[in-house]
Design a protein around this ligand. Structure first.
Ligand SMILES: NC(=O)CC[C@H](N)C(=O)O
Length: 370
């Protein structure tokens, strides 16, 4: 069956339907990872987006039960050049098409993903629709102009309803769940943390009632400026408890400290983004998934300093607070999927918690990659 990808600017890519049939609207982005499709499908940060994979063959190791980052896919649609009908892997229990079909994700295969990605790189991320229906182009172009086509508070769609806890240990971390990935919870619980995961709209008072030794601010979908109430919560946490933020969590810390956030032309989504640690000059290859970024110039009037920079485009990749136990990174040290060079940042967080617990003055943070 024919399927089409129609962008807001009127351009169209044709291919074949795979996964579920129907229509899926979203912001169209691309990911350059050669593998990791299952983590990408289930990473809540992709909520509201249509993801095109640049690597031409996707699905060749099937679908397994271990690589899920959350229980279900959150992206709206998935575009590949070719999907593997006959996957081969000892852990595989299904294939990509069946997985998308069961979970209602509309897919497009056989499309010229190379020209689509070049188009997005030149013109920037924009809205689009994947459709298997034969409605006229004008119908879709009208719908894509509608202001409120895409939901804005995407965090509300992916956050937990009820608090729950995972792991056990000597440190209690409250994780503010804006769409937290399983990989992050695994890194924290592997370091003797009992993690209490609470909804993104939990107030600072409620967070303090859990008596946390540290608070983690998670990754998540959408524009952080669309969730000002969470920024207020972060403001109330800074200086009271050790804080670590990843991706959306990093952007929320920046906003809470008075910095600005801006939309990137087409974002960073992939598993080979080089990041420089300014303290040592070392470089790590990192996993990334973001479309917004901290404006570097706006940090001048804040108490934040830059700890990491992206070596491709010089954008801000890490921050620390000058006066309080609080740091954050734009990339994904949990590396699911991706290289594990920067996993040591989770060790930095537990060290920060331990020093703070002992009542020691603010330690010299070792934001080292390992
Ligand atoms: N992975 C994330 O947390 C993404 C953060 C934010 N939604 C962005 O696109 O920049």
């Amino acid at each position: 069956m024919r399927a089409r990808m129609i962008l807001q600017d009127g351009s169209v890519w044709e291919g074949l339907a795979f996964g579920a049939e129907g229509e899926a609207y979203g912001d169209v982005v691309f990911n350059t990872g050669m593998t990791g499709y299952q983590e990408i499908l289930t990473d809540p940060s992709y909520c509201g987006q249509i993801v095109a994979m640049t690597y031409p063959l996707i699905g060749n190791y099937g679908i397994n039960e271990q690589d899920l980052e959350s229980r279900q896919p959150h992206l709206r649609g998935f575009i590949v050049k070719e999907w593997a009908e006959h996957p081969s892997n000892w852990r595989s229990v299904s294939n990509l098409h069946a997985f998308l079909l069961e979970r209602g994700v509309v897919g497009l295969s056989g499309a010229d993903t190379r020209s689509l990605v070049r188009h997005l790189r030149e013109r920037g991320t924009m809205k689009g629709v994947i459709t298997t229906l034969e409605m006229p182009l004008s119908y879709y172009l009208d719908r894509l102009q509608e202001e409120d086509l895409l939901a804005r508070d995407l965090v509300a769609e992916v956050t937990t309803g009820e608090p729950f806890s995972v792991g056990a240990g000597t440190r209690r971390v409250v994780a503010l769940d804006c769409g937290i990935k399983a990989g992050i919870l695994d890194e924290l619980t592997a370091r003797s943390c009992e993690v209490v995961v609470v909804g993104a709209h939990t107030s600072a008072e409620e967070i303090f009632a859990w008596k946390p030794d540290g608070v983690f601010l998670s990754n998540g979908p959408g524009d952080p400026q669309d969730v000002p109430e969470i920024v207020e919560t972060v403001k109330a946490l800074i200086g009271k408890v050790p804080l670590f933020g990843i991706c959306l969590g990093h952007q929320l810390i920046a906003l809470a400290c008075g910095a600005r956030i801006e939309r990137m032309k087409y974002g960073h989504r992939g598993t080979n983004h080089p990041v420089k640690e300014l303290a040592t000059g070392r470089c790590a290859i990192t996993s990334q998934n973001h479309g917004f970024v901290v404006n570097a110039a706006s940090l001048a009037d804040t108490e934040l300093e830059i700890t990491h920079l992206n070596l491709n485009d010089g954008t801000v990749e890490g921050l620390r607070h000058r006066n309080h136990p609080c740091f954050s990174v734009q990339f994904h040290p949990e590396a699911r999927p991706g290289p594990i060079d920067s996993r040591g940042l989770f060790d930095s967080f537990v060290q920060l918690i331990d020093k703070h617990k002992e009542g020691q003055p603010l330690p010299e943070l070792q934001l080292r990659f390992d």
